[in-house]
Design a protein around this ligand. Structure first.
Ligand SMILES: *Cc1c(COP(=O)(O)O)cnc(C)c1O
Length: 402
């Protein structure tokens, strides 16, 4: 944008880790006349969505679609399976795990935290040890985030499942996959997850306002005896009406148009290609940060998130000020910082409908903004990211083979 101009020129760089930018195709799909949500045309649309979303969670069981943000689906997971006073084990990985725990408390559950320093994912061996001590099997659920959006740490859900099994514990496994679904490999059935919580506005490339519960047979059985009060979020009526392609109340029709197309787009690209794209963009971002000489909040590579990278600024530099400066001068939005590291890092989201060009643009802006802000850093971050993207490009591999 022109210096000293008050009008932001060109497109806004929305680099927060959700909501992510809407693809034009999704926007056009949403831009449709409203239809009767009790009519035959709606039932066809809903069935497309109910069938399609199963392929994203990789489950053969029903997936419940809520007209609510991800926070609503968090609540749905808890109230549909648990009873007042139930003990729940949660892994403290950052801000979002803390919010889910607070919600559990508000609902009358007894959540317990396995703490971390907010720089790693959940530790399966700590989960196993905790469950082994629960000899009376009082803990009713283990709740973990697949991707902790506030820190950029991804937890291996397969390993958490193994830990619960190794402890021989019957607790339900509930996983928040809001900022990883449709960006990182996720397998609800194969990994033995009982309730998966998803959201629309991150990897699924939709506007905010829709969320999901994928469920296991064990979760459906728990639902029959769960005593926490529920009404809007109650699974049973949603599942029953869903079989006919309907909802108990007026759903977000326009969002369903978007969802159907978003799912089509993911399958046209191929889910494995979607995951590989996010992996590459994540690694390119981390290479840029390292070349700048800046630390990545997620300190162990085994937890690095493919959808968001949290970058620490040097001591004495305020990340919130950096974010407002970058917004003012370069029309870019980054994610904020939380908890013990509030003000110390900013987050670059690299999820959803994002390609190499968008990422390099965002990293280029970031390098310029670091310069304008007078934050000590080395040059060459963008170059390091480009070098990595070129060396791992399928085009480069093909050219080498010829
Ligand atoms: C975004 C997010 C949430 C909250 O979802 P809302 O749609 O804002 O209610 C919860 N958990 C994780 C991991 C998230 O990234």
């Amino acid at each position: 944008m022109a210096q000293n101009s008050t009008r932001p020129v060109g497109r806004h760089f929305l680099q927060i880790p959700g909501p992510s930018p809407l693809p034009d195709r999704v926007m056009r799909a949403i831009d449709n006349p409203i239809i009767d949500h009790r009519g035959p045309e709606f039932a066809k649309l809903a069935k497309r969505c109910f069938d399609g979303i199963k392929t994203i969670f990789k489950t053969t069981n029903p997936v419940i679609i809520y007209t609510a943000t991800g926070t609503g689906a968090w609540e749905a997971a808890l109230v549909n399976t648990l009873s007042p006073g139930d003990r729940v084990l949660m892994a403290e990985t950052g801000q979002f795990s803390s919010l889910w725990k607070k919600m559990a408390e508000n609902l009358g559950l007894k959540p317990e935290f396995i703490p971390t320093d907010w720089r790693t994912g959940a530790d399966p061996s700590a989960v196993e040890a905790y469950l082994r001590k629960d000899t009376n099997k009082e803990i009713k659920a283990v709740c973990v985030l697949h991707n902790e959006t506030s820190t950029g740490c991804l937890t291996s859900i397969k390993d958490i499942r193994k830990a619960i099994d190794a402890a021989g514990h019957p607790a339900l496994l509930m996983v928040d996959t809001i900022s990883s679904l449709a960006s990182a490999d996720y397998r609800h059935d194969e990994w033995g997850v009982d309730v998966s919580v998803g959201g629309a506005q991150k990897g699924l490339m939709l506007p905010p306002g829709m969320s999901f519960n994928a469920v296991s047979d064990k979760a459906l059985a728990a639902n029959k005896t769960a005593k926490l009060p529920k009404s809007f979020f109650s699974w049973q009526e949603m599942i029953n009406m869903g079989k006919q392609g309907f909802f108990p109340y007026t759903p977000a029709t326009q969002m369903l148009y978007g969802l159907a197309v978003g799912i089509d787009m993911l399958h046209e690209e191929g889910l494995d290609n979607v995951f590989a794209r996010h992996d590459r963009l994540g690694e390119a971002t981390r290479r840029a940060a390292r070349a700048w000489g800046l630390d990545i909040l997620c300190k162990d590579p085994k937890f690095h998130s493919p959808t968001i990278t949290a970058v620490l600024l040097p001591e004495g530099h305020n990340a919130d000020q950096f974010r407002s400066l970058a917004l003012e001068h370069f029309n870019i939005s980054y994610g904020a910082s939380f908890g013990p590291y509030a003000g110390k890092y900013f987050r670059i989201g690299h999820l959803g409908d994002i390609n190499e060009g968008t990422l390099i643009g965002a990293l280029g802006i970031t390098e310029m903004a670091l310069g304008v802000a007078g934050i000590p850093h080395k040059k060459g971050g963008v170059q390091a990211a480009m070098d990595y993207l070129v060396s791992t490009h399928t085009g480069a591999k093909r050219a080498a083979a010829e």
